[in-house]
Design a protein around this ligand. Structure first.
Ligand code: ISE
Length: 341
């Protein structure tokens, strides 16, 4: 079977990483077209992959030498680019967030529901991380018993280009939103945000750290400590307190070394999400390519546009909750179109 010809839109840190992954570590895929508003950067990334450079994102999406699209542009461009993929009838793996407003995310849900078959995979790669997969399996097969409380920690060395609380919520906390929904298999109905005294490393006056509390439909709580300018390293943890035990992931991830020597304990951190989630991204992208080549478009484990919309609605509520002094803001989801799976 011929390789899937992929256009990659956006060749920033993550886009370049995906081009490399598709070119060197994914079976059955070839990057044929690359687009970035920084054309020099696009040319550099394209050259390493043997791809051509498009001068316009929409031209790349519609191109005849493109079967499927990966959207890795900044979040604000995702909605229009995803809709263009639907118009072109091309399967798309869109990086998170699905959109930077809940309204835009819902436009995608509605547009996809009108298609003969869903086309969009949302890049919530933690679903493919072997540790998260093991955690979910131990809940689903009953080993851990009933989940009671989930505690998450999400720490970045630096918030990079994220210049506002809203951007941090939609770009970083959005992962815990999906983790909460995926691990507990239920919707989030309310959000509270507590704002401690900010740390000294914060950029652009963002509230850093933030404590976010998600109330689930069952009444369970999920906590998220979001601290995106640690000035240290990248750390993602999730701890599930359950009726038969407690499971924690992220303490001794394969990529994070820890060691004990005489009377000392220490280790190293990874600098960012690329090495921490490299395996998850590899599995996710291979599963997407395989699903598209089979004609399924979307892998069974993948997040869908509905998951992206639900996450965006929760992020909107979290942004509102930044101003309510700890009071809960309710999440209300619009109707789920019946064609959405
Ligand atoms: C980044 O965009 C990601 O998606 C990473 O997984 C996340 O940990 C980081 O906070 C985001 O900025």
């Amino acid at each position: 079977m011929a390789d899937l010809r992929v256009a990659v839109i956006g060749t920033g840190i993550m886009g370049a990483d995906h081009v490399d992954r598709l070119t060197r570590r994914t079976k059955g895929a070839t990057v044929t077209v690359v687009y970035d508003y920084d054309q020099a950067r696009a040319a550099e990334v394209a050259a390493a992959a043997g791809a051509r450079v498009a001068t316009d994102a929409f031209e790349a999406i519609r191109a005849d030498d493109v079967d499927a699209v990966m959207i890795v542009s900044p979040g604000a461009f995702h909605a229009e680019q995803a809709l263009a993929c639907f118009e072109a009838g091309k399967p798309v793996l869109c990086e998170k967030p699905l959109a930077t407003t809940a309204a835009d995310a819902y436009r995608i849900v509605e547009a996809e529901a009108a298609l003969a078959k869903p086309l969009l995979t949302l890049g919530f790669m933690r679903r493919y991380d072997p540790e998260y997969a093991a955690l979910v399996a131990s809940l689903r097969n009953g080993d851990l018993g009933e989940p009671i409380l989930v505690n998450c920690k999400h720490r970045n060395a630096s918030s990079g280009g994220n210049g506002s609380d809203r951007a941090v919520v939609f770009d970083s906390a959005v992962h815990e939103v999906d983790v909460a929904r995926f691990v507990l298999d239920e919707e989030i109905t309310g959000v509270r945000v507590i704002l401690p005294k900010p740390g000294p490393n914060r950029a652009n006056d963002i509230h850093d750290p933030m404590l976010i509390l998600f109330t689930m439909a069952s009444g369970r709580l999920v906590t998220d400590e979001l601290y995106v300018n640690t000035n240290a390293g990248y750390e993602v943890r999730t701890e599930v307190l359950a009726s038969k035990g407690i499971a924690t992931i992220g303490l001794e991830v394969g990529r994070m070394t820890s060691h004990t020597t005489a009377l000392t304990w220490g280790g190293g951190h990874v600098a960012d999400f690329r090495p921490r989630f490299a395996t998850a991204y590899d599995i996710e992208v291979q599963a997407w390519v395989d699903a598209v080549r089979r004609g399924d478009n979307i892998d069974a484990l993948a997040a869908t546009s509905w998951d992206g919309y639900a996450a965006a609605a929760v992020c909107e509520a979290a942004v509102e909750a930044l101003g309510t002094n700890g009071a809960e803001v309710a999440v209300s989801l619009a109707a789920r179109p019946s064609a959405q799976t």
